[in-house]
Design a protein around this ligand. Structure first.
Ligand SMILES: Nc1nc2c(c(=O)[nH]1)N[C@H]1C(S)=C(S)[C@@H](COP(=O)(O)OP(=O)(O)OC[C@H]3O[C@@H](n4cnc5c(=O)[nH]c(N)nc54)[C@H](O)[C@@H]3O)O[C@H]1N2
Ligand SMILES: Nc1nc2c(c(=O)[nH]1)N[C@H]1C(S)=C(S)[C@@H](COP(=O)(O)OP(=O)(O)OC[C@H]3O[C@@H](n4cnc5c(=O)[nH]c(N)nc54)[C@H](O)[C@@H]3O)O[C@H]1N2
Ligand code: SF4
Ligand SMILES: [Mo]
Length: 763
């Protein structure tokens, strides 16, 4: 068999396994936060920055999109362990300087682990590499801009260019980046949400008329039941545990649906409450349902059938008045349920009847229900249906558009939601197109552009020749790593606007450019004035962000300044779009956002002096007038099918506690009892016994789709409490297993949580 090209380093780093933790946070979280901050930044710089993070006059945490409290912010600090790590990683004192690039060839750096690549430090100078070069060389900003502009002008068709965005950019940068692409004539604006919550956006837009969640922190605090499904907040949204703790104090019950019993969903010891350290903290989950991978639909159907039966007996379990006045499609969904039988559904889901009953009894009396979810639902072939099924349950109970109830897709990157709101969308919304025509007298392209998967395929077959990334680590984050990397290398030019070195920089096109940029925590003095940026959190609130640290290098430009300078170079200073003005006054960008995007009226006023505001949200207001018949829509969701061969497992590719996507903070996943190593695969002890695998044994994994076999090698088996037939391993090391053409129906999100794989003893 042909050996597939190795992309990730297979170097082993020394696995140690302990018992999984039975609570999250506590004193160790504070200790770990401090260790990362002080090691990367030194004590003085660390305290200077951390005291401003998530404060009204400070900067927004560069980690996840979890919201800050609306009213008061804690004097002890409004951040979590992983927020501290995100800051430490960005504000590190380590530097990738000219010397570094002179010393290390890209060939050499490709052999490094992602951990080592990331730990090299902050990029400090614009760099270029051309086909045949072994090393990156410095280039002046002006020269870089004219090279890029020249390349873009030389394209036969603007659709040969692809403009990717990762979710850390500000509203200001994202808005003018989308303007740049559209002014050029393309909607090729793939973004990280294509790999993330796109399934949520599609499902929620179709059923509730808005591609975002409907709840706020206040709703969580007032809910009777919170379902947490396919999400690991203890690691990925740690301050959500504080919200859950408050909700529990107010009497909420939590139902958790997850193949893994994650520590953060067992108990929480709030680092802000030292009393929690001496007690056992707060129990988070009341009913835990250890669902098999991607068997959420059968489980949700079983719960809905249970609710319908209970309602038939008492008449007051479902909200009939709400369904009659606000929804459509219930009869069809109800009729579809007749073909299912609860016992079968539970067998498929792998759920015991007693656990099911406990969940059902919790849901029956509840009127205020919130469903929270993340990648465990979105990254499957049927990701869109997974979310529609959640909406069905909420609609039956009338649990939408009122205090304490609604949808809560918990967003990933800190501004991924804002980027989409202000224009990063490969499908240009009609209303936005109309405003662009009116305000800028331009003719925006109307056909849909390419998303992540389509862009990679287009780079592969030569339809796309130019790639620009506003942040992110495209080659490593996307699926089918070997294919994706080869596709990117085929481009005439690749340009990465980045804070830190990553693997994507090591696989440039014919010409590769790195444009180093400021991070959130840094002072932005573009144009000689103190600039602020704005972001939108997972709950639709817009807030300003102003960094206070000295920049990592005097040669950095801010994201808005880079994009606007390129716009000026391409379209001239006399263009209808004020590229020149944008570079020195982000207030002008906000004025134009206000002119183009609804909900941003008086934008500059409303983010003055640290103030924040919520964007309008029709689902929160129970207004479904944009949907057929003015009603929220029930959906009929078919069952997930995998057609597994007898020796195939379903693999979910998940995050450790020591990473932010492709940025590896450290080598531990302490809540799951894994230390010093990322090349592990979690397996049920009975499955291990069947294969004769011993703890820590090294195995290889392969996936076979359409006759093509893909491999990743050298993973330690770790015995774990995971459903039989299911496996878990970390991303991005397992991305080479996911074929580019395996994605969710309608959202094209790669199937990162249900990859069919085989396990192999190493010869
Ligand atoms: N520290 C840190 N924070 C982060 C990130 C990070 O990498 N590190 N990434 C950010 C980003 S971009 C995102 S999108 C979010 C991701 O946040 P999450 O979605 O919480 O992250 P994952 O690790 O992908 O975990 C998914 C969870 O879903 C479960 N799961 C997997 N498959 C299924 C399934 O079929 N059904 C059910 N019910 N559960 C399933 C897994 O066991 C796991 O607990 O976090 C954001 N925050
Ligand atoms: N198998 C598998 N694959 C997945 C997932 C999964 O669960 N499993 N999750 C998917 C998800 S949810 C997501 S969101 C994607 C993430 O995909 P990306 O967003 O593309 O990846 P990140 O690792 O977040 O990007 C990190 C890089 O961003 C740059 N960066 C950091 N901060 C800034 C900044 O402020 N400005 C700029 N310009 N650059 C910055 C740094 O250079 C850093 O190396 O991955 C997806 N891939
Ligand atoms: S919960 Fe998310 S946004 Fe809040 S401090 Fe932690 S990482 Fe940052
Ligand atoms: Mo994400």
């Amino acid at each position: 068999m042909k050996k597939q090209k190795n992309i990730f380093s297979e170097e082993l780093t020394g696995l140690r396994v302990t018992e999984p933790a039975d609570y999250a946070a506590g004193p160790l979280a504070i200790q770990k936060a401090m260790e990362h901050l002080i090691e990367e930044m030194g004590a003085v710089r660390a305290f200077q920055a951390i005291n401003k993070m998530n404060k009204f006059s400070g900067f927004d945490c560069p980690g996840c999109a979890w919201p800050d409290p609306d009213d008061k912010r804690s004097v002890l600090g409004e951040y979590c362990e992983n927020g501290a790590k995100a800051l430490a990683e960005e504000a590190t004192l380590k530097r990738v300087d000219l010397n570094f690039f002179a010393q290390h060839s890209i060939e050499e750096m490709r052999t490094w682990s992602d951990y080592r690549i990331g730990k090299a430090g902050r990029l400090t100078y614009p760099m270029i590499i051309r086909a045949g070069d072994t090393h990156y060389h410095p280039i002046a900003w002006e020269e870089a801009f004219s090279l890029i502009a020249e390349q873009l002008r030389s394209l036969e068709d603007p659709d040969e260019a692809v403009f990717y965005t990762s979710g850390r950019s500000s509203n200001e940068a994202a808005f003018i980046y989308s303007l740049l692409a559209r002014r050029l004539g393309t909607n090729n604006l793939p973004d990280c949400s294509n790999m993330c919550h796109e399934s949520s956006g599609v499902a929620l837009s179709e059923t509730l008329g808005i591609g975002k969640g409907s709840t706020t922190l206040d709703d969580l605090h007032n809910a009777e039941v919170i379902m947490i499904i396919g999400q690991n907040p203890g690691t990925n949204h740690p301050r959500m545990l504080t919200a859950l703790q408050n909700a529990k104090k107010n009497g909420a019950k939590v139902i958790t649906i997850n193949p893994l019993e994650e520590a953060g969903l067992k108990r929480f010891k709030n680092p802000q409450r030292p009393m929690d350290f001496v007690t056992s903290g707060t129990a988070i989950t009341d009913v835990y349902l250890p669902v098999k991978i991607n068997q959420d639909i059968p489980l949700l159907k079983a719960l809905m059938i249970g609710l319908i039966s209970a309602d038939e007996a008492s008449g007051d379990v479902l909200d009939h008045a709400f369904m009659e006045s606000h929804t459509a499609g219930y009869a069809a969904m109800r009729a579809d349920m007749d073909q299912y039988e609860i016992g079968d559904l539970l067998r498929r889901a792998g759920i015991k009847e007693s656990d099911y009953k406990a969940a059902l009894d919790t849901l029956i009396p509840a009127k205020k229900i919130i469903i929270c979810w993340a990648m465990g639902l979105t990254q499957h072939k049927n990701g869109v249906d997974n979310i529609k099924e959640c909406v069905n349950l909420l609609l039956m109970k009338g649990a939408i558009g009122k205090l304490g109830a609604g949808t809560c897709p918990v967003r990933g990157h800190s501004n991924v939601q804002g980027d989409r709101t202000v224009g990063i969308n490969h499908k240009l919304p009609k209303a936005m197109a109309k405003r662009l025509k009116e305000v800028f007298e331009m003719e925006p392209p109307m056909e849909h552009g390419m998303d992540v998967v389509e862009s990679i395929m287009a780079m592969d077959d030569g339809r796309a020749k130019f790639f620009m990334g506003l942040g992110g680590n495209f080659a490593t984050a996307a699926s089918d790593t070997a294919y994706t990397i080869a596709a990117m290398e085929r481009c005439d030019m690749t340009v990465q606007i980045s804070t830190k070195l990553n693997r994507t920089h090591l696989h440039p096109g014919q010409v590769g450019l790195i444009l180093p940029t400021l991070g959130r925590s840094e002072k932005d003095l573009s144009g000689g004035a103190k600039q602020k940026i704005t972001v939108e959190n997972s709950m639709g609130k817009i807030q300003p962000s102003v960094g206070n640290l000295d920049p990592a290098s005097e040669h950095l430009m801010s994201e808005p300044a880079i994009i606007a300078a390129l716009g000026e170079q391409l379209f001239g200073a006399a263009d209808k779009i004020n590229w020149t003005g944008y570079q020195s006054d982000y207030g002008l960008i906000r004025d134009d956002i206000a002119a183009i995007v609804s909900g941003f009226e008086r934008y500059n006023d409303r983010v003055k002096d640290g103030s924040e505001f919520y964007l309008p949200n029709n689902a929160r207001d129970c207004d479904f007038s944009m949907l057929p018949g003015g009603r929220a829509q029930f959906s009929v969701c078919p069952m997930p099918e995998h057609d597994l061969a007898e020796d195939e497992f379903l693999l979910m590719t998940i995050r450790s506690h020591d990473q932010f996507n492709t940025t590896i903070y450290g080598l531990d996943d302490r809540y799951r009892g894994v230390h010093g190593e990322r090349r592990v695969v979690f397996m049920h002890p009975d499955d291990m016994a069947e294969y004769g695998f011993s703890q820590r044994e090294l195995i290889d994994l392969s996936s076979t789709y359409d006759g093509q076999v893909r491999w990743v090698r050298k993973f330690h088996v770790v015995s774990y409490d995971i459903p039989r037939g299911n496996l878990a391993a970390y991303f991005p090391e397992t991305n080479p297993l996911i074929p580019i053409d395996q994605y969710a129906v309608d959202s094209q999100t790669p199937i990162s949580k249900s990859v069919k794989v085989r396990v192999h003893r190493r010869e």
